[in-house]
Design a protein around this ligand. Structure first.
Ligand code: 0X9
Ligand code: ZN
Length: 307
């Protein structure tokens, strides 16, 4: 098991999920779903209750879209550990649902932030984007209203949308996961930081989907559970209204592709630069986050039974 006393590298996280698969062959399956620009393996872990039933509904979770948001992979890894090693406590969440989790989408960027204090605040991927600048914002690279709002065509911008939609292999991996699971996928959750938000579509325009009340109900279940557990306040609402419009993000893409519930969760700020909660805070933050994720998943399981 990976502890919560420090942040782990992408390689350590991959090793952790591979070990889980070896130790729990009936309940855990690790799949290599692609390769980052610099050649790191992107792996998903599928967690089931081991009853062998196929065609269950699916909850899809990812972390580490933005390199510097280290608390995101930490929270996702904590959830993996809970679902695998404490599965009896989560029986209800695994009865009719499988979980598919990609812990570190932007593996190259995440590794880059770990090599020195100078690179700690890197956000984007590591594919060169012009003669002078490196990186595309993976959360502006999806082909849904791509580059329309809250994104930049300047390769040096932190929100550079890329030369075209899906220029980034990491975004392609998430796209393909979304499509491969869309018929059974009920919730897509992408974990970011910071700001204490549970955000739902639309994120590209100030407009609520027809089903916004379902999104709001599930999101509030998460926010309420966190508040009850630790007192931390999350705001729950439409991305554009609570934060800002930003087109070409994975949450809108997954919602449009058929996931009835799709959230970006922005975990709390910490540290000197908001994206760097000190290691001593990891345990508290990931446990709190898991309370919220469990509450949202419970609501999803109740609202979207297996048909
Ligand atoms: O800007 C982002 O990609 C997310 N915030 S962050 O500070 N982690 O970079 C928010 C994305 C919300 N979703 C959409 N606007 N679609
Ligand atoms: Zn982010």
């Amino acid at each position: 098991k990976l502890g919560t006393e420090r942040y782990y590298s992408h390689a350590e996280i991959n090793q952790f999920i591979e070990d889980l698969a070896k130790q729990n062959p009936t309940r855990v399956e690790v799949k290599t779903v692609g390769k980052s620009f610099e050649g790191r393996w992107l792996k998903t872990i599928r967690i089931t209750n081991g009853d062998g039933r196929a065609n269950k509904n699916v909850i899809l979770v990812d972390g580490g879209f933005h390199a510097r948001e280290w608390i995101s992979p930490a929270a996702v890894v904590y959830g993996i550990n809970e679902l695998v090693n404490n599965y009896e406590a989560h029986a209800q969440l695994l009865q009719d649902y499988d979980w598919v989790i990609l812990p570190v989408v932007n593996a190259d960027g995440y590794e880059y932030t770990q090599i020195s204090p100078d690179t700690r605040m890197w956000r984007k991927t590591r594919q060169p984007s012009s003669a002078d600048c490196i990186g595309i914002d993976p959360n502006r690279n999806f082909d849904f209203h791509w580059n329309e709002t809250g994104a930049s065509s300047d390769p040096c911008s932190q929100t550079y949308a890329g030369p075209k939609a899906f220029s980034e292999p990491e975004a392609i991996v998430v796209r393909d996961l979304i499509h491969s699971l869309a018929d059974r996928g009920k919730m897509y959750l992408t974990v970011h930081s910071y700001g204490n938000y549970i955000l739902y579509p639309w994120g590209y325009i100030d407009l609520l989907p027809d089903t916004w009340e379902d999104l709001d109900e599930v999101g509030r279940a998460g926010g309420d559970a966190i508040k009850a557990a630790t007192g931390t306040i999350y705001q729950v609402g439409c991305s554009t209204q609570l934060m800002y419009p930003a087109a070409g993000a994975s949450d809108d893409y997954a919602f449009n592709a058929g996931f009835p519930i799709s959230f970006t969760m922005e975990l709390p700020a910490g540290g000197d630069n908001n994206f760097d909660p000190p290691p001593a805070d990891i345990d508290r933050l990931v446990k709190e986050t898991w309370v919220g994720i469990v509450a949202m998943a419970q609501k999803v399981v109740e609202k979207y039974p297996l048909n």
